[in-house]
Design a protein around this ligand. Structure first.
Ligand code: ADP
Length: 201
């Protein structure tokens, strides 16, 4: 009987997790981006957005009916309780979407990428977890070059994510991304070979 192995892929902000996900996709593996799933679930007119409005009020909805993500993120950053409530709405919906996506896969390996896979207790749903690691100064430099977050946002996110030690403890496979993109690709290639080899065990 065919068994689908769910391979979780995570890493701290700027570690190179998305870059690794793209490399796996280029090797032909199906990749689900759970951060993107979460964003899509909150599109205008969705059940998730309705629940968010019920819990947080319509002050977080912009005039065009879309969610004011920036304001909600700032609110959740400032309140652990708000984060808990938002997770309570989103996590079951994200897990459901993940299940549906997995059910549609016909191969033997699937990559599930999520920035807070470990923080949200998602490692238990995976058959194996890959963690992408890089030193904090390297990550900061790359995040600033990417241009989506400034230094203040970087440290605010770091504070709420796992430590490198916690990531190391939960990883089945570690990818070191302190070096060049070619060095990263070489590791992804050999990990891909390893995952395929493990399938035959
Ligand atoms: P994450 O998804 O973990 O936040 P990304 O994959 O988006 O991180 O990588 C952060 C930025 O660093 C991106 O602009 C990416 O292109 C770049 N990057 C990733 N790995 C390397 C590398 N080894 N060398 C140079 N730039 C890199």
């Amino acid at each position: 009987m065919r068994v689908l192995r769910r391979i979780g892929l995570t890493g701290g902000i700027g570690s190179g997790k998305s870059t690794v996900a793209t490399m796996f996709a280029e090797l032909g593996l199906p990749v689900l981006d759970l951060d993107k799933v979460g964003r899509e679930l909150l599109a205008p007119g969705t059940v998730a957005l309705q629940r968010v409005v019920q819990v947080f009020g319509d002050g977080f909805v912009l005039p065009d009916g879309s969610l004011d993500r920036r304001a909600l993120a700032a609110h959740c950053f400032a309140s652990a309780q708000a984060t808990k409530e938002l997770n309570g709405i989103m996590h079951p919906l994200i897990w459901q979407a993940e299940q549906q996506w997995l059910a549609g896969q016909s191969g033997e390996l699937a990559i599930i990428e999520a920035s807070v896979l470990l923080e949200s207790g998602g490692a238990g749903r995976m058959d194996a977890v890959i963690v992408v690691m890089a030193e904090q100064p390297v990550r900061l430099q790359r995040v600033l070059a990417r241009g989506l977050q400034d230094e203040h946002a970087f440290y605010a996110i770091i504070k709420r994510q796992c430590t490198d030690e916690q990531r190391r403890e939960q990883a089945d496979f570690l990818i070191d991304n302190n070096d060049s993109l070619q060095a990263l690709r070489d590791q992804v290639d050999s990990l891909y070979a390893q995952l395929r080899k493990d399938l035959s065990k």
